[in-house]
Design a protein around this ligand. Structure first.
Ligand SMILES: [Zn+2]
Length: 400
């Protein structure tokens, strides 16, 4: 039997537990109904509310977001809840502790009811705590750990620009023939760009090659001191010949500039590769043989090479070189018209040019050639507009 004091106390505990259970159920219910921020406002003030709702449900990732936003979840809040509901000092535990003192019938009813209440929120509470712990762990791992099992991020790896590829390819062929690669300044003196190359100030070729003069220097008293962007890579030949004695076999790849308006086949900045050979007993036959080997290596053994007489100011005789059209093999078609595609200019170096740099033109002869890199890109890859090379559109460039 239990005393009436004890009985009163038990009744109080049961009532309290029931009330608590109701509250918890109500809270859980409200929480589980939260769908938007307006709902959240309605349950403001209920501890652990929005986070508990998410933890009770399956929206774990949403809960993580809440946490990272610095919202209401904290370990103490959750632990407090658990203690209040099912902890040693909770009303429920108090009720259960007294069950042994009840008579058989009461023991059964009160026991059942209390266990029902207990299990009603014990499971969700455990779930809340378990979810919360794993979230905390995840959070901690995110902050501190590096997962070595994750696949690495592969940064996009670029490749050489088509212009660079062609320069490399051409250079490789000539290096194979015993040439050396030479370089020179892109900002050049008028003397090296024109005068030393047999193109004096009043020469008509200059008007064809009108270039970009650096401000304030074009009107200098001595035109040869004018500073300009080189119109071709030929000044490199002069600079090399000034410093080194023949025999010389060089190619000079690089940028050149002309006052052209950009169109599908012209850009104000473009690339050239020039070659120069200075040696004893060099003949036009050596020039022809060299360029035939070069063209066939670049375009293929089955392509024919043709030389056409032409004029250049610093070579005599001069010629333009054509390669047979790949489409019609020289028969003539819509692409090429005549069956031939022009690829470079060449000639025997004018003795005046050699004498200008102190090479004895009686003892030495030379030949030179020059080609446009963009032109080769057009011929090799069928480009319809060389401006595409400088649009910096990766979708275009990555095709080569
Ligand atoms: Zn053709």
């Amino acid at each position: 039997m239990v005393s009436s004091d004890k009985s009163k106390k038990l009744q109080k505990d049961i009532d309290s537990a029931l009330k608590q259970a109701e509250e918890v159920t109500e809270v859980v219910k409200k929480i589980s109904e939260v769908k938007d921020s307006d709902d959240l406002k309605k349950i403001e003030g209920i501890e652990i509310s929005e986070v508990a709702k998410k933890l009770l449900g399956t929206e774990v990732s949403a809960a993580v977001k809440e946490i990272t936003k610095g919202l209401s979840l904290n370990t103490e809040g959750i632990e407090e809840l658990r203690t209040k509901l099912v902890g040693r000092k909770s009303a429920i535990t108090g009720v259960l502790r007294h069950i042994k003192d009840l008579d058989q019938i009461k023991k059964k009813i009160v026991g059942q009811k209390t266990n029902q209440i207990k299990s009603q929120f014990e499971q969700p509470t455990k779930q809340i705590i378990s979810n919360f712990s794993s979230l905390k762990l995840e959070e901690k791992l995110k902050e501190t750990a590096f997962d070595f099992t994750l696949p690495g991020k592969i940064p996009p790896i670029g490749n050489k620009h088509l212009v660079t590829q062609i320069i490399d390819e051409v250079a490789q062929i000539f290096v194979g023939l015993g040439y050396q690669v030479a370089e020179g300044p892109e900002v050049e003196l008028d003397y090296y760009n024109f005068t030393a190359l047999n193109t004096p100030a009043d020469h008509p070729a200059r008007s064809l090659q009108d270039t970009f003069y650096l401000e304030g220097v074009k009107d200098t008293e001595n035109p040869e001191e004018a500073v300009l962007l080189r119109t071709h890579t030929s000044p490199v030949q002069i600079r090399v010949m000034e410093k080194r004695k023949p025999p010389l076999y060089i190619i000079a790849p690089g940028k050149a500039f002309r006052r052209d308006v950009a169109d599908p086949s012209h850009t104000p900045m473009f690339h050239q590769i020039e070659g120069l050979a200075v040696d004893k007993d060099l003949s036009f036959g050596d020039l022809k043989g060299t360029l035939e080997v070069f063209v066939k290596q670049l375009f293929g053994e089955d392509r024919a090479v043709r030389f056409r007489p032409h004029f250049f100011p610093f070579t005599e005789p001069s010629a333009e070189v054509d390669v047979s059209c790949a489409l019609c093999m020289g028969e003539g078609c819509r692409l090429c018209g005549s069956g031939w595609l022009e690829i470079l200019g060449c000639g025997m170096v004018d003795p005046n040019v050699l004498e200008e740099v102190g090479v004895d033109s009686e003892e030495y002869g030379g030949f030179a050639f020059g080609m446009g890199v963009e032109r080769i890109a057009v011929l090799k890859h069928g480009l319809d507009d060389i401006r595409r090379l400088y649009d910096n559109d990766v979708r275009f460039l990555e095709q080569f």
